[in-house]
Design a protein around this ligand. Structure first.
Ligand SMILES: Cc1cc2nc3c(=O)[nH]c(=O)nc-3n(C[C@H](O)[C@H](O)[C@H](O)COP(=O)(O)OP(=O)(O)OC[C@H]3O[C@@H](n4cnc5c(N)ncnc54)[C@H](O)[C@@H]3O)c2cc1C
Length: 441
């Protein structure tokens, strides 16, 4: 991601796009549907590039979003590319420095999120009720028009006028909006994607996860988040993420929905696995959700449409994290959309929109691939036990594992072939081999 966008001044004017400025038939150069991290990032970037952008949001802020509330280290660079920072948007976030992992057989491994030089890269924890409103207000300050309580019902492509027609429910009534480009940032159950044959949820069940999340009282003794697995919950885990010294985001996720666990069954697993660690009677906001799992084959571009964030399925298959990809894809889509509407003819417009797919594949390909490999390791009980057993007795191994889980540095920097080879040997029960990576100081 280049940070050239930082060079553009904030502006509130209508379109600066020469051939669009005179158009009176369109409501905006670009309409972004959904004001989660992906939509707010896209809207902020477009406004900073001088486009007239509407940001439609079905709900009113502040609103909850089911999430672990973790901001990975790369969120900082994604926000910098949008012209803002964690200091501006999350100065009050709680800090987590590492992870403790416990398996069903009682094995423990833990450590800080260290890179190869031994430097710790912390996670910021901020409830989405707070983060998402701050991001949306930032997009407004950049010049986007945020319209809350505006729910997209349907979108069509009018081929003769080359314009998107959006039917939007607003309060008790309906309004129609027109724009040459729309960005679908409306999450897992995207209506933009469904309406244009790009639906993320049309994937097979093994390509999406199911989860339950709540907030509960929890006195955290270490600045670490906890992952708990057991033999009765296949392909999943529970988590405890401290959001303050006395409260935690707790939940359960199964990253392969083919077992078709009901909400009641997930809740029973959660009680069994966390009941002895957390006072679940203090739990509030218990809510279920689905996550798409990233796929390089997913189509994200159609006539006048780009998909970003969860609407495009950009969620890490291993950790379930997606805010960093939502922000980055929002920026990439904004850059492609701006080029498209500034193009002199419609062929160039189509080419500019298609460049978005190449851009996100270049950016995310390795992460998605390695995320799927790690997801398979996590889903194989025997292999998982072997990996954690080894991490418990080998600092170097534990350091590399925690660095990977915590995104201490880009995965193509932190992952070594020796590590993958050792994973394979662990699964076969072979003895340790040394890794090229030294333990953190
Ligand atoms: C249990 C769970 C835990 C997670 N934990 C983490 C974590 O700790 N860290 C992390 O990085 N990621 C996490 N994720 C993933 C993360 O939540 C998503 O990747 C992220 O929210 C994607 O942002 P988005 O903007 O694409 O979509 P969303 O955040 O889903 O935002 C979509 C927005 O669109 C709006 N909308 C929907 N439909 C319409 C419509 N028809 N019209 C107008 N507006 C509409 C919604 O109201 C919402 O505001 C977790 C996900 C789950 C389910």
């Amino acid at each position: 991601m280049g940070d050239s966008s930082a060079a553009f001044p904030l502006m509130r004017s209508r379109s600066r796009m020469p051939h669009l400025a005179s158009s009176s038939t369109w409501d905006a150069d670009v309409i972004v549907v959904g004001a989660g991290p992906a939509g707010s990032a896209a809207a902020a970037a477009l406004a900073r590039l001088g486009c007239h952008v509407l940001l439609l949001e079905a709900q009113r802020f502040p609103r909850d979003k089911v999430c672990g509330d973790v901001l990975l280290p790369e969120v900082a660079s994604a926000l910098a590319a949008l012209g803002t920072s964690l200091d501006e948007l999350a100065p009050d976030a709680h800090v987590v420095e590492g992870c403790n992992f416990t398996t069903g057989s009682g094995l423990h491994a833990g450590g800080n999120f260290c890179d190869r030089r031994g430097q710790t890269h912390v996670w910021r924890i901020l409830p989405r009720r707070i983060l998402d409103e701050r991001l949306a207000r930032y997009a407004e300050r950049c010049g986007a028009e945020l319209l809350e309580d505006h729910q997209l019902e349907r979108t069509e492509w009018d081929a003769s006028r080359r314009v998107n027609v959006l039917k939007v429910r607003q309060g008790g009534g309906h309004t129609t909006y027109l724009a040459p480009v729309i960005i679908g940032a409306d999450g897992t159950f995207s209506r933009v994607a469904a309406g244009r044959g790009l639906a993320a949820t049309a994937s097979p069940p093994r390509r999406y996860s199911v989860a339950l999340r709540a907030y509960a009282d929890h006195a955290s003794t270490t600045p670490r988040f906890e992952v708990i697995t057991d033999g009765l919950l296949k392909r999943g885990c529970c988590w405890i993420v401290p959001v303050s010294p006395h409260r935690a985001n707790v939940g359960i996720g199964v990253f392969d929905a083919r077992d078709r666990l009901t909400r009641g069954e997930l809740s029973q697993h959660l009680t069994r696995m966390l009941g002895s660690r957390i006072d679940l009677s203090s739990a509030s906001d218990l809510t279920g959700w689905q996550l798409p799992s990233a796929s390089l084959r997913r189509r994200t571009v159609a006539d006048g449409v780009l998909l970003v964030g969860d609407a495009a399925g950009f969620v890490d298959p291993f950790t379930g994290h997606g805010i960093h990809n939502a922000l980055t894809s929002g920026l990439l889509a904004a850059q492609a959309a701006q080029r498209a509407i500034a193009s002199a003819d419609w062929r160039a417009t189509g080419a500019a929109l298609c460049s978005y797919e190449r851009a996100w594949r270049r950016r995310f390909a390795f992460d998605f691939w390695i995320g799927r490999v790690l997801q398979h390791v996590h889903g194989n009980q025997r292999l998982l036990e072997a990996v954690v057993a080894r991490a418990a007795r080998n600092d170097s191994w534990a350091g590399q594992l925690m660095g990977l889980i915590g995104h201490a540095e880009p995965r193509h920097h932190s992952l070594r072939l020796q590590f993958l080879w050792s994973l394979l040997r662990s699964s076969l029960g072979r003895p340790d081999v040394s890794t090229a990576w030294s333990p953190p100081a």
